[in-house]
Design a protein around this ligand. Structure first.
Ligand code: SF4
Length: 370
């Protein structure tokens, strides 16, 4: 099993909190698409014949590309790989890019999952965040996906926003769970160094939500989504039964993936490598067949720590039976006190973090590192 991630860095404008690599240089889109195809050919052996089960277009804003441009990349993938085992083809979209014609064209290309950056259903907060869409557009966009027969829809929500009262959060959750979406990813607002939002905080122009407020909002969200039938399968991810993200789950399972595009990361089981977070450096490197990338070869300690970090993010947890006996003993020793305190639980030989401790998961996970 393997995944392919395609990074599309274009955004119509930058949101004030954004810490992702993205650019507003949309005029480079056609050249970028050709370069993605070239990189796919240059790196056709990276996955060493593993069957491709997931493809994910992330960004940035992939829906800034036309269906023809997205189709060109998918065609290139089809020429290189057999897609007989493909389970999931996801495209991240912004709600204001979605029309019935647009998603219908995506569906014709084989797209079977849409992931939409909604963030909140409060128009005031959407404006504050610098998002381009309104709550109405997000609701209509979900409907357009259903209208054309895409019934695997994920939305992103945020909590911990300045001024996001309990009433606003309740409205966000209630709207989300009446929309007939199958998956919700939810993230606490973070203040990325150098972002306009971070500057506003440093200049005391906004009052950030404190840790207790964020923890209470997290709990509210978990309770609401559980009652609505969602499974909390990863720290930030909830799905109706059977609708977990196959592609993202492969990151947590340690499945190899090929990342194509500026800033994209790849993993093959023994190393991680990543392309430059710079459009020109990426384009020129691939065009001249002198790709610029950085690589980190993983030591046994890195592999052990990553396995702990990634698997404990999931409800399934860390499968102790799958570890070499020495590592299993080490994990059990480090986990002993936390198991007694209820910070970790053990079930069927799987070690996991109970939902009521997830807000301190970083501390729990790092205590288990070698
Ligand atoms: S749409 Fe996403 S990637 Fe683009 S600026 Fe906003 S948060 Fe960043």
């Amino acid at each position: 099993m393997a995944g392919i991630y395609i990074h599309i860095p274009f955004c119509a404008k930058r949101c004030i909190y954004c810490g992702f690599f993205s650019t507003v240089r949309q005029e480079e889109a056609a050249r970028y698409v050709s370069t993605l195809c070239t990189e796919l050919r240059q790196r056709k052996d990276y996955l060493q014949g593993l069957p491709v089960t997931t493809i994910y277009f992330g960004g940035g804003t992939p829906s800034r590309l036309s269906p023809e441009q997205i189709g060109k990349v998918i065609d290139e993938i089809r020429q290189i790989y057999s897609l007989d085992n493909l389970e999931e083809l996801t495209i991240e979209c912004n709600p204001d890019d979605i029309t019935t014609d647009y998603v219908s064209a995506l569906r014709a290309l084989g797209v079977n999952r849409i992931s939409m950056g909604v963030q909140t259903f409060s128009d005031d907060l959407l404006r504050f965040l610098g998002r381009r869409h309104t709550a109405r557009q997000a609701i209509d966009a979900v409907q357009s996906c259903h209208d054309v027969g895409i019934h695997n829809i994920s939305i992103d929500l945020m909590y911990g926003l300045p001024g996001q009262t309990p009433d606003i959060q309740r409205h966000d959750l209630e709207t989300a769970t009446t929309l007939n979406v199958q998956h919700i990813s939810s993230y606490c607002l973070s203040y990325e160094e150098g972002s306009p939002l971070d500057r506003m905080r440093k200049e005391n122009r906004i009052i950030p939500a404190d840790d207790d407020t964020c923890a209470a909002m997290y709990e509210t969200m978990c309770n609401h989504l559980r009652k609505a039938g969602f499974e909390h399968y990863e720290i930030s991810n909830f799905s109706l039964p059977g609708f977990h993200s196959r592609h993202n789950s492969s990151y947590w399972d340690g499945t190899p993936y090929l990342g194509i595009g500026a800033g994209a990361h790849s993993y093959n089981g023994t190393s991680r490598q990543w392309n430059p977070n710079n459009l020109d450096a990426y384009l020129q490197g691939i065009e001249h067949n002198t790709p610029k990338y950085e690589i980190e070869h993983l030591s046994q300690t890195d592999i052990y720590n990553e396995k702990i970090m990634l698997s404990l993010r999931t409800a399934k947890g860390l499968n102790l039976s799958a570890l070499p006996s020495q590592d299993r003993l080490l994990v059990l020793q480090s986990a002993e006190t936390m198991l007694k305190k209820g910070l970790l639980v053990m079930e069927n030989n799987h070690l996991s973090i109970p939902e009521n401790q997830i807000f301190i998961s970083d501390t729990i996970i790092s205590s288990l590192f070698k």
